[in-house]
Structures are given as structure tokens and as C-alpha cells.
Design a binder for this molecule. Structure first.
Ligand SMILES: Cc1cc2nc3c(=O)[nH]c(=O)nc-3n(C[C@H](O)[C@H](O)[C@H](O)COP(=O)(O)OP(=O)(O)OC[C@H]3O[C@@H](n4cnc5c(N)ncnc54)[C@H](O)[C@@H]3O)c2cc1C
Length: 371
């Protein structure tokens, strides 16, 4: 085993005590890891999952993310996997009403973005450590100590909690996550096949009785991302996502009897949560991405904001580690990104309300969240 404790552990060698320990290998953690590693800063990336996922989840990348990806040398690889421009096909009560072309972003599954970033990170000599769950944090003036579920202890200069909306890091640091949330799911989600359904459009069916179903063709796959308000049982409680429930929702709103949904590879529920951390720095530990803020998905800003957080945190940590600015550089991260998070919460809550209102009108769809 190597015992590198300084920057520049070098390709293929794991720094036992890295400069920066990153918790979470989603888009935020991977972006930060690539940014630091390419500058010769020793990083380790912990991920509690035992292997990479293949879930479409966040499926839109915007221009600001490409500025970051250009710097990391992954913009072309990401673009090659996605598709630019998508046409929303809107139906009402089963009738095709209108098509709307949406430009200016890249449609791509979140797992594919993560795969490109992981490949780049591997080129830089860093591999994600799967099956590694953070369970404890302690820190002093000299560094951070992280405890993992399996008893491993890692010492690092700094720790970046990029561990999603249920962030363990945030909980361990005792940072409040203020805002509001709903108990009942607003949507069920999944990746499914729909043989016979055109893959040229993001199909959006809405009904005068309320509700609807959306099927978005995911590039480079034969699956669609499905989104729909959930079915309810006789007591009015939401039913969990399942292929059978997806098919009933599809039959009710799309009214295309020949299409059978098949082979779900991801099933999930989504609840409205509008919350942000009251601070994103606690000494030598930081929060970024969904760990710092969660909000409605209308407008597709979650993953994109996490990528921007990562770029900002990368700048601060690089400046602090190079000795050029120290505390001032570390404070700059919170000063820059906390107001962005607050604006994001207000903005996406309004976008979500616009979409909910718009889809009651024939011919309208999720483009209302982009206006
Ligand atoms: C249907 C849907 C559509 C969306 N559409 C868009 C869109 O179009 N555009 C957009 O920008 N965003 C979109 N989003 C939001 C986007 O998916 C999230 O904002 C994004 O995943 C946040 O990335 P992250 O890296 O911060 O967190 P995550 O992706 O949640 O990654 C956190 C990682 O940390 C790991 N982890 C957690 N706890 C621990 C621990 N204790 N130890 C080690 N590892 C841990 C988790 O396993 C996970 O891999 C959408 C989301 C959904 C569900």
C-alpha cells in the first residue's frame, strides 16, 4: 500500500490520506473529483452503492454545464451520447394537439453523464470506491477524519459532502435543511421499453379528468423515461411504482391500446421538496449539489446546479490547497453558492406551479417550466 499524503499521488496510486475526500459519486462528486484530480490534487471518492447505476434521472444538460465540461475535457464525449433538441408531442384526452421543439440543451441520461465523468477520472488515475459508506466525521485544525461503515478510517485535508438529498454528511455536521416538503409522492418514475411507440418525440399526454403520463425517449438506449402522477387506492393513498400501475396509467391517459410497456429497469417515486442547507461550510467540510439544496425538477436545474457547485468548490479548494488564499478562498464558496441555492428554490417552485397549471390547457406541456 502506498502512503502518499501529498498532492500528486500520480495516476493509478491511491492517496491513503488525500487532500480532499469526496463523499458521493453522482454528477456533483464526479465533477469535483475530475476538477481537482486534473490539477494534481489527491482525491478519493467514496460511494455507498456497490456498482454504478443505469437510471435516467436528471436528463437535461444546459450550457453552463458544458462550460465546466469543456474545462474537464469531457464535453465532446458527453455530447456524443446525448441528443440536441427534443420535440414535445402534446396530447389531450388522447388526441394529438401540438408539437413543440425545445432547443438549447442536451437530452442525456444521468447515468451516461456519470459514466463519462468516471472514465475521465480513471484516466486521471482515480477510481470510485464503491461499497464505501460514510458514517462518521470528526475534524480539527489539521484535517478531517471520516469513518466508514466497515470500520475503515480515512484522514483527509478536506471533505466534500456530495451525497445527495438525504446527505449523511449534512446530518453528521448538524446542518439544518430548511424548507418544506410533501409526504405523498407527486410522481412515479421509471425507465421502461414501449415497443411500437415513436422514439422521435417526448410524448406528453394530459387529461381533462386531471393527471397524465410522459414518456421521453432516452438517447443511446431503447428505453423511455416515464413520469406520471401516481395512482391512488380506494383510501386515496398513492400506489407505489410498478409496471402494472404504469400500464394502467398509460391506458387511461394515452389510450393507445396496441402499446404494452415492458422491462422496467428503474422504478422510483418523487416528492415535492423545497429545502436548502443553512450553511454549506463547516470548518474543513463542505456540502454541494443535492446535499445542499433540493427543489422541484421543473426546468431541469438540479444536476446542472450541482455541476456548478462542484466547479465553484473546486476553485475554492484549489486556491486553499495552493496556499494562495486560505480561509478567504474557502469562505468564498459559501458566499457565492448559498445565494444561488436560495434563488434556485424560489425559481423552481414557480416553474413547477407553471407546469401544473399549464398542462390543464390542451396543447401545453413541460415547456412551461422552461419559460
Ligand atoms: C425524474 C428526474 C428528472 C430530473 N431531471 C433533471 C434535469 O433535467 N436536469 C437536472 O439538472 N437535474 C434533474 N434532476 C435532478 C438530478 O437528478 C439531481 O439534482 C442530481 O442527481 C443531483 O446530483 P448529486 O451528485 O448532487 O446527488 P446524487 O445524484 O443523489 O448523488 C449522491 C451520491 O451519494 C451517494 N451517497 C449517499 N450517501 C452516502 C454515504 N453515506 N456514503 C457514501 N456515498 C453516499 C449516493 O449513493 C449517490 O450516488 C432530475 C431528477 C429526477 C428524479
Amino acid at each position: 500500500m502506498t502512503t502518499d499524503t501529498k498532492r500528486g499521488a500520480g495516476p493509478g496510486r491511491r492517496a491513503e490520506a488525500p487532500d480532499v475526500l469526496i463523499v458521493g459519486a453522482g454528477p456533483t462528486g464526479l465533477t469535483l473529483a475530475c476538477d481537482l484530480a486534473r490539477q494534481g490534487i489527491a482525491v478519493r471518492v467514496l460511494e455507498r452503492r456497490t456498482a454504478p447505476h443505469r437510471e435516467s434521472r436528471g436528463k437535461g444538460l444546459q450550457a453552463g454545464s458544458f462550460d465546466v465540461f469543456e474545462d474537464l475535457g469531457v464535453a465532446e464525449a458527453v455530447k456524443a451520447r446525448g441528443s440536441e433538441g427534443v420535440v414535445l408531442r402534446k396530447y389531450f384526452d388522447g388526441e394529438h394537439i401540438k408539437d413543440t421543439a425545445v432547443d438549447g440543451g442536451l437530452l442525456i441520461g444521468q447515468w451516461q453523464v456519470e459514466e463519462v465523468l468516471r472514465d475521465r477520472l480513471a484516466e486521471l488515475g482515480v477510481r470510485v470506491e464503491y461499497g464505501s459508506r460514510l458514517t462518521g466525521i470528526a475534524q480539527d485544525a489539521a484535517g478531517v477524519r471520516a469513518d466508514l461503515e466497515d470500520g475503515t478510517v480515512i484522514r483527509a485535508g478536506y471533505l466534500a459532502g456530495c451525497d445527495g438529498g438525504h446527505s449523511t454528511t449534512r446530518g453528521l455536521l448538524g446542518i439544518p435543511f430548511e424548507g418544506s416538503g410533501e409526504e405523498e409522492p407527486a410522481m412515479v418514475l421509471g425507465d421502461v421499453r414501449a415497443p411500437g411507440l415513436s422514439r422521435e418525440f417526448w410524448h406528453q399526454w394530459f387529461s381533462s379528468e386531471g393527471g397524465g403520463i410522459l414518456l421521453c425517449p432516452m438517447p443511446g438506449t431503447d428505453t423511455f423515461q416515464l413520469q406520471a402522477p401516481p395512482e391512488s387506492d380506494e383510501r386515496g393513498e398513492s400506489l407505489p411504482p410498478s409496471l402494472e400501475s404504469f400500464q394502467r396509467l398509460f391506458d387511461r391517459h394515452a389510450r393507445m391500446s396496441g402499446i404494452r410497456l415492458a422491462e422496467p429497469t428503474w422504478l422510483s417515486s418523487w416528492r415535492v421538496n423545497v429545502r436548502m442547507a443553512t450553511r454549506i461550510r463547516e470548518g474543513r467540510a463542505f456540502l454541494a449539489g443535492d446535499a445542499a439544496h433540493v427543489h422541484p425538477i421543473a426546468g431541469g436545474l438540479g444536476m446542472n446546479t450541482g455541476i456548478q457547485d462542484a466547479a465553484a468548490l473546486g476553485r475554492s479548494l484549489t486556491a486553499a490547497l495552493s496556499g494562495s488564499a486560505g480561509e478567504e478562498a474557502l469562505d468564498a464558496y459559501q458566499a457565492e453558492r448559498l445565494p444561488v441555492a436560495a434563488d434556485l428554490l424560489a425559481d423552481t417552485a414557480q416553474r413547477y406551479e407553471r407546469v401544473v397549471a399549464a398542462v390543464r390547457e390542451p396543447g401545453r406541456g413541460t415547456e412551461a417550466g422552461l419559460e
